[in-house]
Design a protein around this ligand. Structure first.
Ligand SMILES: [Zn+2]
Length: 302
């Protein structure tokens, strides 16, 4: 079991009403090649052109760049969080569905026990044209540069931020599953911003959504994320219990999906039961008319 990147093992539905219950068992999910060719480049000016060179449009500063650590500290320093867990103020866990829409999110946690790639699971999604939002940790992206490049370039997928070091998002160092959270505002800022910067610099991609390692956060840290233009998203249905479920358990959990659910699984544990369970659950969900979407498609842009 991975101690540095535990994800939760119980469905959030089971947490509701008992979110602060202690003693929850943590289970593991986690255990550059230069992709720069895909980055947008400004057109090359023609040296022979008699007209003034076309100039590249000025890049629009991202929210992350616009909101500096100093601004965050000015607004939030001294605030003491009162909430801690999966469903604190500001965290999105489900949505008001139009029709039969539901969202599948899959995490890649990175780190020593969390850097596998469940290629079969991704192939299941591609072969069934199932959109998904992929939350990727910076360490995983760095370990799988060419794969990340492919995922970034696949319109079936939305890429989201699963943290820089895969830590619970805290402004006080609060722990989840024995894993110490970020120690203060500065560390929490870095946990989000450094992965934002990595994807922006490497892929020209501005990530819009964040889920912390262990999915735990306090409400002050969530407010900070919002200042950075990033929406914190957890889930209403836990499909694979940190990639520990058998295929039949994944099937049972995911086949029960309802419109408006945000489901969580993992694509960093190829020996898990997730791929097989997801494959059969997608068939069952399709028979019930479930229509899968990414968070970007299902939610208003933050
Ligand atoms: Zn994770």
């Amino acid at each position: 079991m991975c101690t540095s990147c535990a994800d939760l093992s119980l469905g959030r539905r089971m947490f509701l009403g008992a979110a602060a219950a202690a003693g929850l068992t943590a289970l593991s999910a986690c255990g550059n090649g230069d992709p720069g060719a895909e980055r947008p480049t400004s057109p090359s000016p023609s040296p022979a052109s008699p007209t003034p060179r076309p100039t590249a449009p000025s890049p629009t500063p991202s929210e992350t760049e616009q909101t500096s650590l100093e601004q965050v500290e000015e607004s939030l320093d001294g605030r003491s969080p009162k909430q801690w867990g999966l469903d604190v103020t500001g965290v999105v866990t489900s949505f008001a569905a139009s029709g039969n829409r539901a969202v599948l999110t899959l995490d890649a946690c990175g780190g020593p026990a969390g850097s596998g790639y469940d290629e079969r699971l991704i192939e299941v999604l591609r072969s069934t044209s199932t959109p998904a939002t992929l939350f990727i940790n910076k360490r995983w992206a760095q370990e799988h540069r060419s794969v990340t490049q492919e995922l970034v370039g696949d319109p079936l997928f939305e890429i989201a931020n699963h943290g820089t070091r895969h830590l619970p998002l805290s402004v006080t160092g609060r722990a989840a599953y024995g894993i110490s959270g970020t120690a203060n505002l500065r560390d929490a800022h870095a946990e989000i911003a450094q992965n934002q910067d990595y994807f922006r610099d490497t892929y020209g991609l501005e990530l819009r959504r964040f889920r912390s390692g262990t999915a735990h956060a306090d409400e002050v840290a969530v407010e900070m994320a919002q200042m950075l233009g990033v929406e914190v998203v957890n889930f209403s249905l836990n499909a694979d219990a940190g990639a520990t479920h058998s295929p039949s358990e994944v099937h049972a959990a995911l086949a029960a999906v309802q419109p408006g659910d945000i489901c969580i699984g993992h694509f960093n544990q190829p020996s898990s039961g997730t791929a097989d369970g997801v494959a059969s659950a997608l068939e069952a969900a399709a028979e019930r008319g479930i229509e899968w979407a990414t968070l970007e498609q299902a939610l208003p842009r933050p």
